[in-house]
Every structure is written in structure tokens, then in C-alpha cells.
Design a protein. Structure first.
Length: 304
């Protein structure tokens, strides 16, 4: 029997006549890195707020680490979740130590237990500064790592990371994801939102939301195969092409998606590149990416 740490069934969140989340259902097994993707306004943050015990559902049920979300018992959910937001996690006018002291106080972690957890978490992120360092003086990547420590100080089984690497360098992003994998290897369940599709490839499974509803759920590879069952090609124009020419090429394709200087293309006849395309483009066979899936599922024809 699968041990689910998050169970969401028929979740609806309604504000007046507007449904921010509509009939959303999914389960997350313990120890999974679970990606939550969608454009701004898709319903991700609203769903996260319910899972963190911050917002009641209009309809449906949410169970986190065996604890159902019930009115008046929200604190039981909050105690089981570590939450790190892109926008606000640390007080910049306090020191690193003062921020962690405050987080520990909120979660009622004190004494020798707090000291040991802090030491262990500092070792995990390889923190080599003094606790008296002001948060405002930390590099952005280190600041995010300290914010992660603050979210873990009460040893939650579920860690919710809302765009944790936004605005940090590629090297810092890579290091942060190494920490995520370490946490998952220790049995923590990671619930993460990101706008970086290369990061989302690290997730065990992904939910893709649009307009408050789930439109896809699966592993990155499964979603790529299901969305694009036919071979995909990358085309680079050999010379400048007019808008009219590009529209004509698009009409001959099942998919003709701009991608920087290139176009990602799927032809009607599987694997067969028409001679006209070979004349005007350099053609390369490629595997579809999660970014292709995101653009196709969320934007569709609006991406062109």
C-alpha cells in the first residue's frame, strides 16, 4: 500500500463566482519530488495555501501527513509542513541566527534539539559564515539556502518550496537542487513550484495546471511522450523568411512552434521531412522537452 503524504480529492476554492481551483485531485507519495507547474494565475499558489493550512477549501478534502484539514485544526497541518516562499521567508534586518531563533520559536523547537538541528542543517548547506551575519549581506544563493534551513528547523515531513530559485545564479540553482535531492533521499517529500523547465525535469512527477484545473499529471518523460507521440525536429532557417512564408510552412505541419532562432516541428507523415523544408531549413531530429510540453499544453496556438 502506497504511503501518501498529501491526498487532495475534489478540491475547489471559490471566491464569489470565481473558481481559483476547480475539482483538483492528486496524491503525493512520501519521499517524492513533486513539481507543480502552470502559468501565473493557474491556481498553484491557492492550492499550496490550502495544503499549508492557510486557506480553507470551499469543497473537497485535503489530508497532509495523515492530518485532515478541518476548521479550527489548521495548526496541526502547519506543524507538518515546512514552507519556503520566493517573496518572503527571512527578515533582512535580522541576523542569520536571529531568523532561525524566530523560526524555531514559532514551531516550538528549543534547547538541545534546536541546537542539534541547526548544526545538522548548517552542515547540509555547508554554511561557512557566522550566525551574526546580517541576512541582507548574504549572496542571493546563500540567502535561499538559509531560508531552506528556516523551513526545515521543525523537521517537517513535507517541504513546500514556492519558486525557491527565482532570481539566483545558475550555479546557485544547481546547488539548491542538490540539496533538494539530499532531502528526498532522507525521506522528505518535496512539493515545488518553478518556472524553470530544466529544473522541473528533476521532479519524479509533475502536475500541470491551467485556469484552476489539472490538465496533465505524470513523469516528465511520460508527459513528453504523451504530448508528442510523433518525431520532433528542430529547424534553423538558412535565410530570412517572411511572415507569409512562415505561415505557409506552419500550415503544412502538425506543430510549428517558435523556439528562439529555431522552430520545433512535427510533420504529418511520421519522420518524413518534406523537400521544401530541407531546402529552407537546417533540420535536426530532437527529443521533446518539458518546455515543449508546457508551451503546448498551456499556450497552444497562442504561442505562435
Amino acid at each position: 500500500m502506497t504511503d501518501f503524504i498529501v491526498e487532495v480529492q475534489g478540491l475547489c476554492v471559490q471566491f464569489g463566482s470565481f473558481f481559483a481551483v476547480k475539482d483538483v485531485s492528486f496524491c503525493v507519495p512520501r519521499g517524492e519530488i513533486f513539481g507543480f507547474l502552470g502559468a501565473n494565475g493557474a491556481g498553484k499558489t491557492t492550492t499550496i495555501r490550502v495544503i499549508c493550512g492557510l486557506l480553507p477549501a470551499t469543497k473537497g478534502s485535503v489530508i497532509v501527513d495523515g492530518e485532515p484539514f478541518l476548521p479550527g485544526r489548521e495548526d496541526r497541518i502547519k506543524a507538518k509542513v515546512g514552507y519556503m516562499s520566493q517573496r518572503f521567508t527571512l527578515y533582512e534586518d535580522l541576523t542569520v541566527g536571529e531568523n532561525l531563533d524566530f523560526a524555531a520559536m514559532l514551531h516550538q523547537v528549543s534547547g538541545a534539539l534546536y541546537k542539534q538541528r541547526k548544526e545538522d542543517l548548517f552542515a547540509m548547506i555547508q554554511f561557512n559564515r557566522t550566525e551574526r551575519t546580517m541576512v541582507a549581506d548574504l549572496p542571493s544563493g546563500t540567502k535561499q539556502q538559509v531560508a531552506l534551513v528556516a523551513s526545515l528547523i521543525h523537521d517537517p515531513n513535507l517541504v513546500v518550496l514556492d519558486e525557491p530559485t527565482a532570481g539566483v545564479s545558475p550555479v546557485s540553482r544547481q546547488k539548491f537542487w542538490e540539496l533538494i535531492h539530499q532531502l528526498a533521499a532522507k525521506g522528505k517529500t518535496i512539493f515545488v513550484t518553478t518556472h524553470y523547465m530544466d529544473e522541473a525535469e528533476n521532479c519524479n512527477r509533475i502536475v500541470l495546471m491551467r485556469s484552476g484545473e489539472i490538465i496533465a499529471l505524470g513523469t516528465p518523460k511520460d508527459l513528453e511522450k504523451e504530448t508528442f507521440p510523433k518525431p520532433m525536429f528542430r529547424l534553423l532557417p538558412k535565410s530570412d523568411l517572411s511572415t507569409e512564408q512562415l505561415k505557409n510552412f506552419k500550415e503544412q505541419c502538425e506543430l510549428f512552434m517558435p523556439y528562439g532562432r529555431y522552430f520545433h516541428v512535427i510533420f504529418p507523415k511520421e519522420g518524413l521531412v518534406p523537400p521544401l523544408f530541407q531546402e529552407h531549413f537546417s533540420v535536426e531530429s530532437i527529443a521533446p522537452s518539458l518546455e515543449d510540453v508546457f508551451i503546448q499544453k498551456v499556450e497552444g496556438d497562442r504561442s505562435w
